[in-house]
Write a protein that binds this ligand. Structure first.
Ligand code: C5P
Length: 409
């Protein structure tokens, strides 16, 4: 548990919104973590949230009276709602119920919390928590997409067992994860203002309803890069093939299965992106046809007809208004020569090359990288993928700055 003061949260003003949901009990723990990290925390509850958690608990933890009523003369006299909206450095609503999100999307202001969300110019983050069917409902999908489009940070939800007995997506992220997300949102990192799209994991190319062609990519490197970017203040869309990892809090996760789906998702997401990092192990080929029924083992041999998949990285790099493009190269030999050839062939700004085979590269926790750009190369030594990702992000930030300076001069 985080018990130390955080340099990004110390003396920052957190407006912690709580809407009605079972997960409201976790908001007390979150308030405690935020206070310990040095933040000033003002809790604002919706009236219905009071059915789930007591004001006294939150007041004792935050050492501030909890605000709830929209028309409250005594509180308004102390700090009016517009003043409170201006006071906040960050608004974090946890839990955010389906109803809360629907009203937020509609721009309604019938509770104090909704009014503050509407009146504040501070970044707004919400941690959805609801039954899985409610989360999957088209109305909620529509609302969440709309909010995301307006720059609201959607934190989670996680998947798992739910209080109602169901299992699926809709669990609120844990308080520690929300603390980390709040830190990242308030951290004016070196990637602040940068919109990044990252691909990660393998793709699966279906042969029939039960079989696919795949590879052993675990997705760890791509997820670590997404996490490192978020920690440096970037806005991150993570386009991921099937992996068994949880997306870092704050990332916009788009799940895909096939290379074609990943291609489509990336080209849609890339719109106004500044940075594209292709970390996925995309299948080069897919079966030319997908059998509608399970293929039977009638013959002694079976020949598969495969067709080339589009090269996502090369296609993004060829866009007229392209982002800074980073590709990976997994090679068994001649690392630098192959990496430079790949950089030129795909027209990208930077290639991060690593050795694979003999227990290196895939499915391991550590990695080393050789970075190759137009006019130079350097090495990042073998280390855990998380640290390596941090160093890579810091290097990318330097290269992006260098490119901007060259363009300006
Ligand atoms: O050509 P190769 O597969 O070795 O290139 C690897 C790099 O290109 C990686 O960054 C990978 O994510 C990206 N790639 C891609 N689409 C493909 C194949 C590779 O984005 N179809």
């Amino acid at each position: 548990m985080a018990s130390e003061v955080s340099e990004h949260l110390r003396e920052r003003r957190l407006l912690l919104g709580i809407s009605a949901g079972i997960a409201a009990y976790k908001a007390a723990q979150l308030a405690r973590l935020l206070m310990r990290a040095g933040a000033e925390v003002q809790v604002v509850m919706t009236p219905a949230a009071r059915e789930f958690i007591g004001e006294m608990t939150l007041q004792a933890i935050t050492r501030r009276p909890v605000r709830c009523a929209i028309f409250d003369a005594a509180h308004e006299a102390a700090m009016g709602h517009i003043e409170l909206a201006r006071w906040a450095d960050l608004i974090l609503v946890a839990p955010a119920s389906a109803d809360f999100l629907a009203k937020l999307q509609a721009g309604m202001a019938d509770t104090l919390l909704h009014t503050l969300c509407l009146a504040s110019e501070a970044p707004l983050a919400v941690a959805p928590a609801m039954n899985q069917a409610m989360w999957r409902h088209p109305a909620t999908r529509h609302n969440v997409l709309g909010l995301q489009g307006r720059g609201v940070h959607i934190l989670g939800p996680a998947e798992g067992d739910q209080a109602c007995g169901d299992s699926g997506p809709g669990r609120m992220l844990e308080p520690e994860q929300l603390l980390q997300a709040a830190e990242a949102l308030l951290h004016k990192g070196r990637m602040a203002g940068i919109r990044a799209v990252v691909t990660a994991g393998p793709t699966r190319e279906p042969l029939d309803p039960v079989r696919f062609l795949g590879n052993r990519s675990s997705g760890r490197m791509g997820y670590a890069i997404a996490d490192a970017l978020l920690r440096e203040g970037a806005e991150v869309t993570l386009v991921s093939g099937p992996v068994s990892l949880e997306a870092p809090p704050g990332a916009r996760l788009i799940r895909v299965q096939t290379a074609l789906e990943m291609h489509q998702a990336c080209l849609r997401a890339i719109n106004d992106a500044d940075l594209f990092i292709a970390c996925a192990a995309v299948a080069d080929y897919r079966p030319s046809e997908r059998a509608s029924q399970k293929i039977k083992k009638d013959a002694d041999t079976l020949t598969l007809d495969l067709v080339r998949n589009p090269d996502i990285l090369a296609d993004v790099a060829a866009l007229p208004q392209r982002p800074f493009c980073v590709g990976f190269a997994a090679e068994t030999n001649d690392l630098e020569r192959h990496a430079e050839a790949k950089r030129r062939a795909k027209g990208v700004d930077l290639i991060a090359a690593n050795r694979v085979g003999d227990g290196e590269g895939f499915e391991v926790d550590e990695n080393a990288l050789l970075l190759v750009w137009d006019g130079g190369s350097s090495s990042l030594p073998r280390q855990p993928k998380q640290r390596l990702a941090e160093q890579l992000v810091s290097f990318i930030s330097e290269r992006m700055d260098a490119q901007l300076t060259t363009e300006d001069s």
